[in-house]
Design a protein around this ligand. Structure first.
Ligand SMILES: [Fe+2]
Ligand SMILES: [Fe+2]
Length: 316
């Protein structure tokens, strides 16, 4: 690999540039999935679920499936981002992507912790079947296919690093999985287990799960940066004429049926899937509008990471 000579600036990094600013924000907002999610909150989640006499095994399974899907998703994206850091030339970009890989690993750790400290003990106390987060029952064909396609799109960068392949990688990873699928899932969880979000999603009132929602709020804050970075990169490729906007649109739209199927699958009698499917397609539409319009401003990094309850902000 040839070393790219840095002729633009005398210092190595550009802390005020786009990626440099995002990296600084990531360091500033660092959090620890153990220390910063109080054990007392997880204990309270556990006690509330054990004490919720109306909780059926079917409802618990729906909650547990969500935790399994998130955990597996975070693990997959932790493993799949590395090719991007190998092909990006700019040190600020590389620094940002290294923070992103680290953050995905922390997200994986949070969901693993939640399974150990809440899901398993509740199953045991209530006499429900004990399952593993890797159990095949949680992963339908659409989920597996979407993540397989993401892995392939990232791997392709190592074989053929073209602007189009980069745009496709960002579309799979940053836009469809991180932005649309994950954000829709967070919205569903916040709606069902806190005061925020949509009111009519869950079939009944569930206890507030402050540990789960607290962890997800931290994760969403990280994801705001990840999504912003991907949007910025795609918008740049389109604005510079290196990639046609139709490629971006087609890639995103080709993946949406997977997202709709995943969202619908787990929300049978316990949760109403329709508001979530609408939420996800609206989100995709807003992403497409911004990234295919070179004049459109990306939300500021502080705005992207601003999380107030589950209410979608302009950045969502
Ligand atoms: Fe993540
Ligand atoms: Fe992410």
């Amino acid at each position: 690999m040839t070393q790219v000579e840095d002729t633009d600036r005398e210092m190595r990094i550009d802390p005020d540039g786009f990626a440099g600013g995002y990296f600084r924000n990531a360091v500033y907002r660092h959090w620890d999935p153990y220390e910063d999610i109080p054990q007392a909150d997880l204990e309270a989640d556990r006690e509330k679920l054990i004490g919720d006499e109306a909780l059926t095994e079917e409802e618990f399974e729906a909650i547990r499936r969500n935790v399994a899907l998130f955990g597996a998703g975070e693990e997959a994206v932790t493993e799949d981002l590395a090719p991007l850091s190998l092909v990006l030339e700019d040190v600020d970009d590389q620094m940002f992507v290294s923070s992103q890989i680290y953050e995905e690993a922390k997200h994986t750790q949070f969901f693993d912790r939640y399974w150990r400290e809440v899901i398993d003990p509740v199953a045991e106390a209530r006499g429900f079947e004990s399952t593993r987060p890797t159990d095949e029952r949680y992963f339908d064909d659409d989920y597996v296919e979407l993540f397989d396609k993401n892995e392939a799109a990232m791997q392709r960068l190592l074989e053929e690093d073209t602007p189009e392949n980069r745009a496709e990688a960002y579309c799979h990873y940053h836009l469809v999985i991180e932005s649309v699928l994950a954000q829709t899932g967070y919205y569903g969880i916040q709606s069902s287990f806190s005061d925020g979000g949509a009111d009519d999603l869950a079939a009944r009132e569930f206890p507030d799960l402050d540990g789960l929602v607290g962890g997800i709020t931290k994760i969403r804050s990280d994801e705001g940066r990840h999504v912003g970075f991907g949007m910025h990169k795609v918008q740049q490729l389109v604005a510079e004429g290196k990639v046609d906007a139709s490629v971006v649109q087609e890639t995103l739209q080709s993946l949406m049926p997977h997202v709709a199927a995943i969202v619908q699958e787990g929300y049978d009698d316990t949760f109403d899937p329709l508001p979530l499917v609408e939420y996800s397609s609206e989100k995709l539409q807003r992403r497409i509008e911004i990234i295919t319009d070179s004049e459109a401003d990306l939300p500021d990094v502080d705005e992207l990471v601003e999380i107030e309850g589950a209410q979608p902000t302009a950045a969502d």
